[in-house]
Design a binder for this molecule. Sequence first.
Ligand code: RB5
Length: 168
Amino acid sequence: MVAKNVKVYLGADHGGFKAKEAIRHWLKEKGIEFEDVGTYSHEPVDYPTYAEKVAKAVAQGGEHTVGILACGTGIGMSMAANKVKGIRAAVCHDEFTAQMAREHNDANLLCLGERVVQTGGETLKIVQKFLDTPFSNEERHGRRVGLIAGIEGAPAKARKPAARAKKK
Ligand code: RB5
């Protein structure tokens, strides 16, 4: 995934509203295509509503679509988003977890905890790392991502681990 070719669906609840606003400004400044599904104020709302909107848009959008969801911890958003078939949502608290979520897990949805990652600058570094890091495409990571898809009902073939799995 390269930030320039991607469309970002962005959402938050009240706990992640400030982070979402910072990300929205940043995406605009960078010229990255995005759609903000809300929430649009600090007024308390229910995070699953926004997780569902973003996750469904990403699942329908395919390869060059990615989601970013912010709440207080990132946890509720990831739980809700991962209920949608085809979504691999990852809670990332730093650049390392963002990089691994892309390289190893081919995550298509980044979840951020505004109350965990408290500095605006760090949040944007995590977003940048997530958007700029491609999936490694190494066989073992592809196989494991396939196994995740298998859990949500992909053909049995995708669930069978390869015999010569290297450990890492
Ligand atoms: C809202 O107070 C908070 O629970 C929510 O933003 C999120 O952290 C849930 O996981």
